[in-house]
Design a protein around this ligand. Sequence first.
Ligand code: 3SL
Ligand code: MG
Length: 234
Amino acid sequence: MKIDIIISANDIKKEKIENKTVIVIDMLRATSVIVTAMNNGCVGVIPVLTVEDASEIVENSKEEFMLGGERNALKIEGFHYSNSPLEYTRKSIEGKTLVMTTTNGTKAIKGCIGANNILIGSMLNAKAIASRIVSLNKDVVIVNAGTYGEFSIDDFLCSGYIIDNILKLAQADLSDIAVTSNYIYKNNEDILNFIKYANHYKTIMKLGLSADLEYCCQKDIIDIVPEYKDGVIL
Ligand code: 3SL
Ligand code: MG
């Protein structure tokens, strides 16, 4: 099994993900939200690119949807929830379908259409992701959402942790960038302490959302692997 990394949603290339298992990571905060919502009984998450796309789905369906996501890290006007994983409690999301749009995370997920399997990863479910990867036994590309098309320390460190878990279960042939992310994780196992250097960490901190940062940095508190298929994450 080969493991490679793509560093941002803007860098996804069709030929790099075709026939591969893809893990999409936006640990701050979109994929942490999805993993949390699904673990708390959310029926499914429909990722969309724009606020208009989200409104269109809601207007053209009889089904009741919850709307979640962010622009500039803040709740979107008229939406039920922001992009804080702490809002997606069992009480708020159980039995509901979530339509979600975020700046980088949902763009990365939709950009991976064409891959064999599209798994939703985060620190929260890293061990579960590793087990799934080993059982699928296909070449893997870890797609970091990044931040506004740029490399983001947080997603890269999370990739290194997931790789670490895969290597505990199976042998893998790592690309140079995959080796580097694993090396950086190995030397910085305290995630919160290292991602403080990330620009997006500073943005979230400035908004007073330190509880989100602490939550998203926890390792393996959730044992599920959401997967995106045919327009919905289940
Ligand atoms: O860009 C995204 O998808 C978001 O996760 C960013 S934020 O953490 O909600 O600002
Ligand atoms: Mg992010």
